[in-house]
Structure formats: structure tokens, C-alpha cells
Design a protein around this ligand. Structure first.
Ligand code: WTA
Length: 649
């Protein structure tokens, strides 16, 4: 297992504790400490009780059917995710309540009440239906953070179509892989998106991505206008606004979906091969997200929930769209960068809309720290009552900065550990109950059976480290990998029978608090984005000058991890700065800007074991300047000396 040794050092020294204030405890949705034991004793009863917070067309006959590793939750029950997120709120006092408050990067903004959102979703469902979209079809959505993104998702859900949202930062080739894997024949995109005043050419990328695929329909939302340089293709492309203007305004009946019908696919990087299409179903996912909204985020009727993630990632699916809306709250979505036009943009959004909950990633917090507290102090953040983080381990220093400068020491901080695969938070404090420790995600949520085990699958117990595992099924767990159930079984249940392996290392302290150490596989976490080393390596060897490449994640002050690529070039190619710059650009163009290597190190040879496996761990030690341990399995030990020298230079 190779986890960040610096993190272990830091966390073992951390002994600060923060108990919930009496005032917070008294008003919290979850404030009975016995909930943990009760849920542990009968998880199915716990989840069945939580499920009562959703509206079901037909109740379940059985809470769980578990044939490891396949789970069915809320067997035979029927519901619709869009009905739960929107329509049911249109009927009562929430009808004219703000559902989505949207702020565009250039400063434009829009508010959709539940009733308005419902009308837009219904129109969009009519539009998609008229374009031939049916229940079970995969709809690829490649949009910037504009209202049409959640509207499209909810329209799919209303029809019973499966959405596959692709983050707008992905390049054409990544979009294409996802379209092909999902076997999707429709893409919803925009002419372009705004990013720091520049234009992200989404439509041009889409044109490139769909070439030669079975996509026959592209719907284009006009967002940036002429600056995008987008061309419409006759017969294939449609203008979203024109379709919406002509669409029927009749209510669209919500499809009665089985609890186990697929709600969406979301692709995520793994250790080997292409990204996996993680499959989430309707009933369990909605129960999980709705429950965690009320438990971890303590969501109440009056909350204004601001999650700064992009909806292209699971955090946005769960905690911008389905979570807050299913609970009938107000969700804030922002289109652009945190430093545009100034470094106080998030704080200005919180002040402007009176956000009560703010949820962001540790990498952002470390960036804010670097920029300095003056940007925060310019704004009145007194509306805030709870702060959250997600995406990577948070260092205690960043946790404290967040707590002091943003939360003014008044807001509980919830560090939430989870994954695309888990659907919603798994390890996190209950803010009215759990004492927090800076840097620890604390303990598993009620109903979630987390443990830390050794190589044999035995619990390591307090004071020790090992593999993080989840021993029992939970409602919002992934059901399979789209089109590859074998990969699902091997990746997640192959090591320990019937026990889910997330791929993270963890340490239990003396109070059995969980400290996540980071990935134990070849997945790099750059600014909270999961990138497989394999993906970057294949992009690099796809360049004509590259013979071989080995990619590692090294620790980075702000990003958490940064990508370092060790590259050997082909005969005749010149390994110089110009080529390094070209290779970085090549990777960004092949995958997306977040995968651009921080540094490229040219080397005559890569260190390999005698069985010809590249020793990535050794490369990481070199990149992080650690003393090199055992290299006896190395085929040619002189390679290491050479590499160390190159890296220092
Ligand atoms: C990491 C994001 C430490 C972890 C929701 C996990 C975290 C991967 C935390 C999933 C946290 C996420 N503390 N590490 N609070 N949250 N991670 O699928 O390595 O994009 O396996 O889901 O991020 O990333 P994903």
C-alpha cells in the first residue's frame, strides 16, 4: 500500500477536538446519539424509515435483497426522481419558493421557483420525447454550469431516460469514449461555456466527439453566442431555445420507475482501462442522497445550500441537484471560476444570496489560504451555519483555516468521505452529535458498515491502519459498471468476498476515528479530480515522440497531488523543453486540462522490476525526495541514481 507518509505524520500529532455547540445540537435534525446503535442493530429498518421522506407511487415489498455483490433496495417499489425533486414541491407551500438560484460567471443570474423549474423540466421532457428519447435511452449531457444542465437531467429522469453527464472540462476524445461506451445517440451541449472570461468550445468538441458515432441528434443551448464559433449541422443539430419555445406546456406525466431502474451513469477513472460507467438506480440513490442531506448537512426548510462543485462530478449530481431539491431546499449553482473577476467570488455569492451551507473541496480551501483571508473578510458571511468539504483528505491546517476564517468558529465543519460509486456521503460527522477533529472524516454515518482491515480482511482495530472497506450494502451504492459487470465484481468485490473495497487507505485513531490516507491504487487525485495513471500514460504514448511513459501523483501543496510524467523518447526525437510543453498540451487535449502533467521528466530508461513492471512507487519516492528503500527487485539499479539526478535538476 502506498499512501502519503507526510499525512500519517501530521494526523498522528493532531489532537484538537470540536464538540457541537448546545445551540446547534438543540436544533439539529439528527441529535439523538443512539441513532448510530439503532441503525447498526437494524440497518434495513433505519433505511426504510428514512425512505419515508420520499414520495413513492408504490411501496416496496422488501427493503433489501442482497446477493453479493448485487443489491436490490426497495424491491418492487415505484417512484420518479424528478417527481421527488420537483413536482411534489409544486403542490404545497413550496410552489413559489426558490429551487435553483443560478449565478453566471459574467454576473447574470436567474432564480427558478419550484413551479417554474417544474414547467421547464416538463417542457424539456416534451422536447426530448419529440426527439425520440424513450425510457432507458442514454442521453449524454455535456453542458457548462447553466440551468439547462439540471433541467436536462431532471427531464431525463421524468421520462425514465438515463442521463450520462460529462464534465465540461473533458476534451473531445474523453467525451467520445463516454458516448461510445454508453451507446448514446443524443448529446445535449452548449455553443460554449464561460471560464475566466474565456470560452470553452463545447460545441466544437462535441462535433469532433460524435464524428463516426451513432449520435444523430445534438441539442445546443446558446450560452456564449458568436464567440464560440459554433456551426450548426443541418438535420442533426437543434437549438434548445427554439425547441423549448415550441414545446408543449402540458404537464409531463412522471414515468413510474422501478426502484432499481437506472437513474444515471457517471464515468469515473479506475486503475486500468477506460473510465467506468458507474450505474446508479432510482430508489436507493434518492433515499441515500435525501437522507444525507438531512443528516450530514442538517438541511432545513430555510436553508440556502451552496455547493461549489461542478455538476459534471458526482458531488454536483448529489449535492447540487438531487439532494437539496429532493429535500425541497434552495440550491445555489455558480457557473464559473472562484477568482473571476476577483478572488472573493464565492464569498460574494454567499453574501448576495444568504447561503447558509457551503460545501467545497480542500484544494479550494488551500487556494483561499494562499490568497489570504482579506478576500473572505470583505464579505458578511453571517448567514452561514454549516461548512463541508469533500474530494480528498483535508489537512488539519486547511480545516482550521476554514473553521476560523469562513466559519468564524461558529459553524460545524463536516468532512465528508465518499465516492462516485457510493452515491452519497458515507463517513462524516453528524453535526449535532459528533465531535469533530480537524483532518478526520470522523465516523461512518448511521446505516453504513465501514471498517479498516488488513490484507486478510481482518479488522485492524483502533490505533492501526489498513484498507478502508464497507461491509454491508447501502441504498445508494453503485449497482454495476455499465456493460461490464465482471469489472464491477473484480474491482470492488474481488479482494474481499462480499465486502466493498473503495480503494482508499485509512487509519483508525485511539477513538476509532477514521483518517483517510488517500488512494492505494493507481488513481491520482488532482484537486479532487480522479485521474487514472493509465489514462495519462496512454495519452502520452499516443504522441509520436514518446516511446514509454510512467505517470505518478506526487504530493502538492494546493492540488493535493500533482501529475509527474517520466517519459522516454523514441530514437530521433529531441527531449527538450519544447517537447515537454508539447506533451503537456497533448495530454490536456486528449483528456482535459485537469490531467495536464505538472512536470515531464525525460529519462533514458524507466525503473522496472525483473518482470518488466514499471516501479511507480519508486518514481513517486524519487519525485517526493524520499530516501529510496529496497530496490533489490529492480532490474537495473543505476537507473535510479540517474533518475534522482534528473529529478533534482
Ligand atoms: C477521495 C468524490 C479523503 C477518496 C465525492 C475517494 C476523500 C475519491 C474524501 C472519490 C474525503 C473523497 N477525505 N478523501 N473527505 N472525499 N475522497 O469519485 O480517495 O470523485 O476514493 O468522488 O476521492 O472521488 P470521486
Amino acid at each position: 500500500m502506498s499512501v502519503d507518509p507526510n499525512r500519517l505524520d501530521t494526523l498522528l500529532k493532531e489532537d484538537r477536538k470540536f464538540a457541537p455547540s448546545e445551540a446547534f445540537r438543540a436544533q439539529a435534525n439528527f441529535n439523538d446519539p443512539d441513532i448510530y446503535d439503532k441503525a447498526l442493530a437494524d440497518p434495513e429498518a433505519y433505511w426504510a424509515e428514512q425512505a419515508q421522506n420520499l414520495s413513492w407511487f408504490k411501496p416496496w415489498t422488501k427493503v433489501l435483497e442482497w446477493n453479493p455483490p448485487h443489491a436490490k433496495w426497495f424491491v418492487d417499489a415505484k417512484l420518479n426522481a424528478a417527481y421527488n425533486a420537483v413536482d411534489r414541491h409544486r403542490q404545497g407551500p413550496r410552489k413559489n419558493k426558490a429551487a435553483i438560484i443560478w449565478e453566471g460567471e459574467p454576473g447574470d443570474s436567474k432564480v427558478f421557483t419550484y413551479d417554474m423549474l417544474g414547467r421547464e423540466v416538463d417542457k424539456a421532457a416534451h422536447v426530448l420525447t419529440s426527439l425520440g428519447v424513450k425510457r432507458g435511452d442514454r442521453v449524454t449531457i455535456y453542458l457548462p454550469m447553466i440551468p439547462e444542465l439540471p433541467i436536462s437531467m431532471l427531464a431525463c429522469a421524468k421520462i425514465g431516460a438515463i442521463h450520462s453527464v460529462v464534465f465540461g472540462g473533458f476534451a473531445a476524445a474523453s467525451l467520445r469514449d463516454r458516448i461510445l461506451d454508453a451507446d448514446s445517440n443524443i448529446v445535449i451541449t452548449a455553443d460554449g461555456g464561460w471560464r475566466r472570461g474565456g470560452v470553452v468550445p463545447l460545441k466544437n468538441n462535441t462535433d469532433e466527439a460524435v464524428e463516426g458515432t451513432s449520435v444523430d441528434t445534438v441539442v445546443v443551448v446558446p450560452r456564449v453566442g458568436k464567440a464560440a464559433g459554433a456551426q450548426m449541422v443541418d438535420g442533426r443539430d437543434h437549438d434548445w431555445n427554439e425547441l423549448m419555445a415550441k414545446a408543449s406546456t402540458a404537464p409531463f406525466p412522471a414515468a413510474e420507475m422501478d426502484a432499481e431502474d437506472i437513474l444515471y451513469l457517471l464515468y469515473t477513472s479506475g486503475t486500468t482501462g477506460k473510465p467506468k460507467g458507474i450505474v446508479h438506480t432510482t430508489g436507493g440513490y434518492m433515499v441515500g442522497v435525501n437522507t444525507s442531506m438531512r443528516s450530514v448537512f442538517d438541511l432545513k426548510e430555510d436553508d440556502i445550500h451552496f455547493c461549489s462543485a461542478d455538476i459534471g462530478w458526482v458531488t454536483g449530481h448529489t449535492y447540487i441537484v438531487y439532494g437539496p431539491l429532493s429535500a425541497g431546499a434552495t440550491t445555489v449553482m455558480y457557473e464559473g471560476a472562484p477568482d473571476f473577476p476577483d478572488r472573493d467570488r464565492f464569498w460574494s455569492i454567499i453574501e448576495k444570496y444568504g447561503a447558509t451551507i457551503f460545501y467545497t473541496a480542500p484544494t479550494s480551501i488551500r487556494t483561499f489560504m494562499k490568497w489570504g483571508p482579506q478576500h473572505v473578510e470583505k464579505h458578511d458571511l453571517s448567514s452561514l451555519r454549516l461548512l463541508g468539504t469533500v474530494g480528498e483528505p483535508i489537512n488539519p491546517e486547511a480545516w482550521m483555516w476554514y473553521h476560523v476564517h469562513v466559519g468564524k468558529e461558529q459553524c460545524p465543519v463536516v468532512d465528508t468521505w465518499w465516492q462516485t460509486e457510493t452515491g452519497c456521503a458515507m463517513i462524516a460527522p453528524l453535526p449535532g452529535i459528533t465531535e469533530t477533529k480537524p483532518g478526520s472524516a470522523t465516523r461512518p454515518l448511521p446505516g453504513i458498515a465501514v471498517d479498516v482491515v488488513d490484507e486478510n480482511g481482518d479488522s485492524v482495530g483502533a490505533g492501526n491502519g489498513g484498507y478502508l472497506v464497507i461491509k454491508k450494502p447501502w441504498p445508494s451504492m453503485l449497482r454495476t459498471v455499465w456493460g461490464d459487470d465482471e469489472r464491477f465484481q473484480n474491482t470492488y468485490f474481488g479482494k474481499f468476498d462480499g465486502t466493498y473495497l473503495p480503494g482508499d487507505g485509512a487509519h483508525l485513531d485511539d477513538d476509532s476515528y477514521i483518517w483517510i490516507l488517500g488512494r492505494i491504487d493507481d488513481v491520482i487525485n488532482v484537486s479532487g479530480h480522479r485521474i487514472g495513471t493509465m489514462e495519462v500514460e496512454s495519452a502520452l504514448v499516443g504522441h509520436q515522440a514518446v516511446a514509454e511513459a510512467a505517470v505518478i501523483g506526487r504530493s502538492h501543496d494546493v492540488k493535493g497531488q500533482a501529475i509527474t510524467a517520466f517519459v522516454t523518447v523514441k530514437e530521433g526525437a529531441t527531449a527538450d523543453d519544447a517537447l515537454a510543453a508539447e506533451l503537456k498540451q497533448h495530454v490536456a487535449a486528449a483528456i482535459g486540462a485537469m490531467a495536464r502533467p505538472e512536470e515531464i521528466i525525460f529519462t533514458a530508461e524507466l525503473p522496472k522490476t525483473r518482470s518488466a513492471k514499471i516501479m511507480r512507487r519508486l518514481l513517486r519516492d524519487i519525485a517526493e525526495g524520499r530516501v529510496i528503500g529496497d530496490t533489490t527487485t529492480l532490474a537495473d539499479a543505476s537507473v535510479v541514481e540517474e533518475l534522482k539526478k534528473l529529478y533534482k535538476d
